[in-house]
Write a protein that binds this ligand. Sequence first.
Ligand code: AMP
Length: 548
Amino acid sequence: MAALMGQMMQMPLMISSLIVHAARHHGDIEIVSKRAEGDIHRTNWHDTELRSRKLAQALARLGCKSGDRVATLAWNGYRHLEIYYGSSGSQLVCHTINPRLFPEQIAWIANDAADKVLCFDLTFVPLLEKLAPVLTSVEKFVLMTDRAHMPASTGIPNLLCYEDLVNAENGDYMWPEFDENTASTICYTSGTTGHPKGAVYSHRSTLLHAYASALPDSMGCSAKDVILPVVPMFHVNAWGLPYSVPLVGAKFVFPGPHLDGKSLYELFEAEKVTFSAGVPTVWLGLINYAQQNDLKFSTFKRTVIGGSACPPTMMRTLEGRFGVEVIHAWGMTEMSPIGTLCKLKASHEKLDSEARHRLVEKQGRVVYGVDMMILDDDETPLPWDGKAFGNLVVRGPWIIENYFKSRTSPLVRVNGQDWFPTGDVATIDEDGYMQITDRSKDVIKSGGEWISSIELENIAMAHPAVHEAAAISCKHPKWGERPLLVVVKKPDVQATAVDLLGFFEGRIAKWQIPDDVVFVSEIPHTATGKIQKLKLRERFKEYRLPTA
Ligand code: AMP
């Protein structure tokens, strides 16, 4: 017998519907940007939607056709937001490129994506002067500024002025409706080894992700919020905030290129920011600035921290000293990016404060829409007991099925279902709280036992003399590998290697304590602010541990 079909309207989930909603219901709510030009710019959802429509018209006039890629090399700002909507909304594909990558990587990515138009901030004029000749597919370069700020001459061919393009249009444009599975956006993974790989999101996946990430037990975005994404719009779409913020109609604040502690603090205060999101490294700068100047936040109440493990000391400082709730989150480019967030359940209210702290330090529960499991090396599911750790796999409608242009599927088949292998190693407890032990490549294997580099780093970060710490594996004749702790010290606090190793006593099993500590002036970071373990391992390849 034929199934009875639902009789609901067939309305495709379109990215443009988010900004139309924000313009109609929250039109006067502000979007404030600290610009690359240096000043503060103010607009609102009504005008942003109108300008996004004008941009869609301008892109069509430049010859863009359905599916063409519009790339950006840009900071967080209102023009970048307009490009998100003007491109995806008109059936083009928005491709945000991370400007912190090496120029050769940027060129490789732009050519791989076959970008047709490239829009960029003033900061990147020198970069584009160098790169333009090797960007083989780009037909038009658009400088995201007004006529007054256009440089007199550059070596960039076919250079257009963003404001001229937008101002030449009348906005008489209807957002089209089309198949919700159409590509909307491409983001490339940071690619620590080999070439970066493209994740192609659709309108449908982006909208479902926006719904799920705005929920109270996720990011908890509300129309009453003032939201400042410190996480760049070129890092997995600022974790989806450019979509979930118009979905709720909150005020949006963009820091542009001004990401130092002082600039961020002043913007948080001036614009009454309530909610933010970023990787742990950016919070180091902001916390240091606020502590050194004995400052408090007057409106800032909660922040999502993810991208790499948030050190528990950072969480406790933000909560204890500044009254800012930290929502620890985990995800990846391949997941749009949100997988889990750490929010307590009602049953946890009775836990004492220490137990509650230990729980919120985990990466958290999946949001509805994401399913996860941990597997052993034979791909057998492991128990959720908070102890067994294994390879974390996920599935869901905003998780990639394949990489851009790839012919081989990355998925693994378990019990008749396809799962995406994250490359992370994790535990899951009885309540479904996941905790990342390591990136599988970063795990330290000592005599057949695994030592979590994240756990070692979290302990080291709690020492008052440590500014930043990374634990890496070092070759050992007896144990195969042993942990080496690489530390950047705070300038004004004294500590020796012996002090630091002593600090681990009683905080971790004896055999897991690092064999040695080396002090360095700087720890290398990737373009998205993660510690570059591969580079550190290479640097200390020949390091002879005292125990060796
Ligand atoms: P990316 O796609 O560049 O955002 O990198 C994703 C990877 O970052 C994940 O697979 C994890 O290894 C790591 N990651 C993201 N969030 C966290 C977190 N909260 N704790 C530990 N690792 C994280």
